[in-house]
Write a protein that binds this ligand. Structure first.
Ligand code: GDP
Ligand code: MN
Length: 389
């Protein structure tokens, strides 16, 4: 789950990472009021779940409350397109109004999970402000890394080492060390999957401030992070994904192909995506119904896929381990009874209770395209999608 910059900054401040003074505005009048309270130059920042705003016109520096109001008026209610969004962009419903900072240097500071190492890694760089992926690609030596054993946490000397390696002034070592430790503490306490400050600014008067902030949270921890879950802004998310979550399907991701896939297990989902590509097709989604033995899961999955106009064929590929194939088959029949499925459906079933599952489908009289291997299923789905589109 992602949150807005202003929400991320509130959390940073709580954990002792300094941020610029400011407030969030949902109307141009509110933006004016906040700007008047701050006095001097202010920055108006579009609040969207995407980076690259600077280059896309989502960040404006202004010199008066009037100008702040005008800038906010232009942004609020518009859609912002950045290199990180879809071509339609994302809606801007709020702006962050902050004191403008005189920046001398822009650093990068990030905390992520290194899956290969099985540890958390703190990354820092003197080449902040820009696209860190670009830096990682072109000059990886400019990124400092400190792997942190989650059982031990961040030892002060590790944070201090990073601060030294960022070539800071002596007076900045202590605050920088604290910022690094505190960002790590926030990451751990709130079950983040990413905590990133870019830029971490060194101001002309020598302070260190988080000028931009991005926090992503591990959805698997949402049950114990109620306060974080309340920060969710579904307006920034894909409507079909939001719908899927509300229907109890956690693992649904919209993709750009035309075959709607219903599978169980993330591994099988990936394999299906690969296979479809291999035979010249493409999945319209990644949808994992999990291993809950509940026919309604299948019905809900069909509901989501049939409401997506990109879906020209549905591929059901189930391997019953813990999941029971007969229950899935019941779900397919129930879906066909409850809704109009206007596209061809390819079904391949294997595993636990497959014979009962086959029987249920055969006796249902449904017009299904049957396949008995993954390869065959993928090929038939691609052909069916071609014919129906
Ligand atoms: P992003 O483009 O979505 O990552 O948004 P950022 O908040 O990182 O802003 C992009 C760039 O705008 C930063 O790297 C800064 O160079 C600049 N910027 C943002 N806020 C300020 C500010 O208060 N003062 C100054 N001088 N520059 C700012
Ligand atoms: Mn940024």
């Amino acid at each position: 789950m992602k949150v807005h910059e202003y929400q991320a900054k509130q959390l940073l401040a709580e954990f002792g990472v300094p941020v610029p003074r400011g407030g969030v505005a949902r109307t141009a009048a509110e933006a004016r009021e906040i700007a008047a309270g701050l006095a001097g130059k202010v920055v108006i920042k579009a609040q969207v779940h995407a980076g690259g705003r600077g280059k896309a016109g989502g960040i404006k520096t202004v010199s008066s409350p009037d100008e702040a109001q005008q800038a906010a008026k232009r942004m609020i209610g518009s859609r912002l397109v950045t290199h990180q969004t879809s071509p339609e962009g994302v809606p801007v419903s709020a702006v962050l109004v902050e004191e403008a900072i005189d920046i001398e240097r822009e650093l990068y500071l990030g905390v992520v999970i290194d899956n290969t190492a099985g540890m958390v890694v703190i990354m820092a760089s003197e080449a902040g402000g820009m696209d860190i992926e670009e830096i990682a690609r072109t000059s990886p030596d400019k990124i400092l890394k400190a792997h942190i054993d989650p059982a031990l946490g961040v030892h002060p000397f590790r944070a201090r080492r990073l601060a030294f390696d960022l070539n800071l002034a002596p007076a900045q070592i202590r605050p920088a060390t604290e910022i690094i430790s505190n960002l790590y503490k926030l990451f751990e306490a709130k079950d983040c999957s990413l905590a990133e400050v870019n830029p971490l600014a060194i101001t002309c008067d020598g302070r260190i401030l988080a000028v931009d902030a991005k926090l992503n949270f591990d959805d698997n921890a949402s049950y114990r992070q109620r306060a974080v879950a309340e920060l969710r802004d579904t307006e920034q998310e894909d409507p079909l994904e939001v719908d899927a979550k509300s229907r109890g399907i956690e693992n649904y991701v919209k993709l750009d192909g035309n075959i709607g896939c219903i599978v169980n297990g993330a591994g099988l989902a990936m394999a299906v995506l690969d296979l479809l590509k291999q035979v010249g097709g493409g999945a319209a989604n990644f949808l994992d119904i999990g291993t809950l033995n509940e026919p309604d899961r299948v019905v809900q999955a069909f509901r989501i896929l049939t409401s997506d106009p990109d879906v020209k064929a549905v591929l059901v590929n189930i391997f019953g381990g813990m999941a029971r194939v007969d229950i899935i088959a019941q779900g397919i029949v129930a879906a066909a009874n409850q809704m109009m499925i206007g596209v061809p459906v390819v079904v391949r079933l294997a595993g636990t209770n497959v014979d009962q599952g086959e029987r249920i489908l055969n006796e249902s009289g449904l017009q299904l395209i049957r396949a008995y291997s993954m390869q065959e299923a993928a090929q038939k789905a691609v052909e069916a999608a071609k014919k129906s589109s």
